[in-house]
Design a protein around this ligand. Structure first.
Ligand SMILES: Cc1cc2nc3c(=O)[nH]c(=O)nc-3n(C[C@H](O)[C@H](O)[C@H](O)COP(=O)(O)O)c2cc1C
Length: 407
């Protein structure tokens, strides 16, 4: 299949908005799959031709696609899909119904799919010739995953939809037997393919914006603003460290919100106290922090709370709130098994201890900034490791306390 000639040139706003729209609105579709409308073979083959343009290691041509159209085979696949764990999904969906739980809608969709998958006009399984070597390197899968995603986007472009499902792989051996797959062929996922009911899918909110998870030159180094060459304080350079903690967010928050605690772990921060110890901590309240650095000596700063959202976020600006010397932020998220703690600092844009050094040696600004990021990284890492230890100890105590509130 030849690449179509687009109406708009790459690089134009029209072209990029179309491509971005397709990439950002290719959703997992379950309840809006139209099982009444057939899909012809050629449409599926066209989508596979598009998908085959995806990169492949060594141009090895190892992807193979199984398209299941025969109703008896689809019925058998539906049985395997259920026994692979979807009966658990159905029970969970029933339990969550009407509770407002964050996964309620997802589980209702998964249940609907589990109960109706045999009605999909086609079930498509991308496979790759080979077995993963278990080396820990991506290996095998890095020549097929991107192609499977392209397949989803190509469906979307034609008004069709699907959802990436892997739970059925619990029955991968039975599926391989049913479909005559050779032993050395690896299944990637199962796509139920159908036209969608309506095409108005929307971008979803993902957990992090790019600037929070994109690190420049060293792990954890963020940029809040644009890019200057060489790197300077106007780029909004920052440092981020993060750690997963086996304790619920409320426990982690107890430690995160203690403005003195970091002194136990940081080599620079010596201690801190709320300026009004009887007042409510919250946005606008202030605390004083005391610091020590071999090159700078000792100094104290006033910090202004900018976000106070227990147990999720605590942020503060140092010195002048209009032009802070630095902006600090703890976020605590619930993740499976506990919490994820992220600790972030952005240097500047106001005057700070770095300013005199940068003014004295403007040509060394990039090195001064990078050096400060490294110092922060080391101290912040100690702090989050310290909080992890305390929070996990506290969680263990609570778990072992039989009179305690059930966790
Ligand atoms: C590796 C992987 C495995 C998945 N397995 C299943 C599955 O077995 N069943 C299912 O209904 N959805 C499955 N999904 C779909 C996700 O639940 C879905 O992508 C997620 O809910 C986010 O929705 P979105 O893709 O519309 O943003 C899987 C997705 C991925 C990437």
């Amino acid at each position: 299949m030849a690449a179509p000639t687009p109406e708009f040139e790459p690089g134009t706003d029209q072209y990029h908005s179309l491509v971005d729209h397709a990439l950002m609105t290719t959703r997992g579709v379950r309840r809006r799959l139209d099982f009444e409308r057939d899909v012809d073979d050629q449409t599926i083959l066209d989508c596979i031709d598009v998908a085959e343009q995806a990169p492949t290691g060594g141009n090895n041509g190892s992807r193979r696609w199984i398209v299941i159209r025969d109703q008896d085979t689809k019925d058998r696949m539906a049985e395997l899909y259920l026994s692979a764990g979807v009966d658990w999904v159905i029970q969970t969906a029933d339990r969550l119904k009407g509770t407002g739980h964050q996964n309620e809608a997802l589980m209702q969709g998964a249940k609907h799919l589990g109960e109706n998958i045999s009605r999909a006009p086609a079930l498509v399984i991308p496979t790759v010739i080979g077995r993963h070597d278990g080396s820990g390197r991506p290996g095998l899968f890095d020549s097929v995953i991107q192609s499977a995603w392209s397949f989803m986007v190509a469906l979307r472009a034609r008004g069709l939809g699907t959802v990436w499902t892997t739970m059925y792989l619990n029955e991968a051996d039975a599926v391989a037997e049913l479909l005559d797959l050779p032993d050395d062929v690896t299944q990637i996922c199962l796509f139920p393919v159908a036209y969608t009911v309506g095409t108005d899918f929307k971008a979803t909110s993902r957990r992090y914006p790019a600037r929070d998870i994109t690190y420049f030159d060293r792990y954890g180094r963020t940029l809040a603003e644009g890019r200057s060459e060489p790197r300077s304080i106007v780029d909004g350079p920052g440092q981020l460290v993060e750690i997963d903690i086996k304790a619920r967010p409320e426990i982690v928050w107890e430690f995160v919100s203690d403005v003195n605690l970091s002194a136990e772990f940081s080599e620079e921060f010596q201690g801190g106290e709320w300026d009004d110890p009887d007042g409510d901590s919250g946005v606008g309240s202030t605390f004083t922090g005391h610091n020590k650095h071999p090159q700078v000596g000792e100094w104290s700063t006033t910090s202004h709370v900018t976000v106070w959202d227990p147990p999720r976020e605590f942020a503060w600006s140092v010195a002048d709130p209009e032009a802070p010397a630095a902006q600090w932020r703890f976020t605590v998220e619930k993740v499976p098994g506990g919490s994820r703690l992220r600790y972030h600092v952005r240097l500047g844009p106001g005057r700070s201890g770095l300013t005199p050094a940068i003014e004295a040696m403007p040509d060394k600004e990039a090195r001064i900034v990078a050096g400060r990021q490294r110092e922060h990284q080391q101290n912040m890492q100690r702090v989050i490791e310290g909080i992890k230890e305390k929070a996990e100890t506290q969680a263990a105590v609570e778990r072992s306390d039989p009179s305690g509130f059930p966790r």
